[in-house]
Ligand binder design. Structure first.
Ligand code: 13P
Length: 252
């Protein structure tokens, strides 16, 4: 089943990047040749300030452009927030929701994440829904329970392989250089596949399941070859085209 799923390597630039960083995007577009594009999809989620500029550069043809968050509403009195409609208008084709940094820094729980995913779908965009356990939860053996609860609470009814991507990002592995073992990743991804298949049938069985957390060129091949891992959500190593291409090379 997994062999039929085209992998996606997506870069989450977080709060990094000024206009001049378009040179990295250009280098990525130049290095992402037809051969690689046939094997793996590619996306960059820059800060919202760069979405329009980046979407102009790529035309969303080779490297797709996504956003990192959106508000649950389409418009209104929400100073500083951006709606899914706005980032779609700027050129985004996907939006990350429920990243652990949003869950932690902005107190976003599963209900909010679910509402955001629905707001993403209302604009016909793809929702990249993030889940992941903290270090404390892992140490107390709660990982699979936490992941199951986050999937049940954050993924709305109506999720399909086309409108939804799930990213497993263990909180303790983000930006730390630490990664779970291949066996640990395999256990979590098998559990997610199981849960999503139960909830969404064939759609859940073919939905892309990304791994995120300290992915870099040197560990990409091992992590991307784990069963039910259909790509990566990359933070720090997505900022440099050479590193990002080095991660995608796992699929060459
Ligand atoms: P790092 O790759 O920097 O660990 O970040 C992962 C992440 O949070 C992607 O969303």
């Amino acid at each position: 089943m997994g062999a039929a799923i085209k992998p996606l390597v997506a870069g989450n630039w977080k709060m990094n990047g000024l206009k001049a960083a378009v040179s990295e995007l250009q280098a990525l577009v130049d290095g992402y040749d037809a051969d690689l594009a046939a094997k793996v999809d590619s996306m960059i989620c820059p800060p919202a300030t760069l979405i329009a500029q980046f979407a102009d550069v790529t035309g969303n043809s080779a490297v797709a452009i996504g956003a990192q968050d959106c508000h649950v509403n389409v418009s209104g009195a929400h100073t500083g927030d951006l709606s899914a409609q706005m980032v779609a208008d700027a050129g985004a084709v996907a939006i990350i929701v429920g990243h652990s940094e949003r869950r932690a820094d902005h107190g976003e729980g599963n209900e909010v994440v679910k509402a955001k995913a629905e707001a993403v779908w209302a604009q016909d965009l793809v929702a990249i829904i993030c889940v992941g356990e903290t270090e404390v939860e892992r140490k107390s053996g709660e990982t699979l329970d936490v992941i199951k609860a986050q999937l049940a609470g954050s993924v709305p009814a109506g999720a399909t392989a086309a409108n939804c991507v799930i990213a497993y990002e263990p909180v303790w592995a983000i930006g730390t250089g630490l990664t779970p073992t291949a066996q640990d990743v395999s256990d979590v991804h098998a559990c997610m596949r199981d849960e999503l298949s139960k909830a969404f049938g064939d759609e859940g069985a073919t939905m892309r399941l990304l791994y995120g957390g300290s992915v870099k060129p040197s560990n990409a091949s091992e992590l991307m070859s784990v069963a039910n891992v259909d790509g990566a959500l990359v933070g720090g190593a997505s900022l440099k085209a050479a590193d990002f291409l080095g991660i995608m090379a796992a699929y060459k």
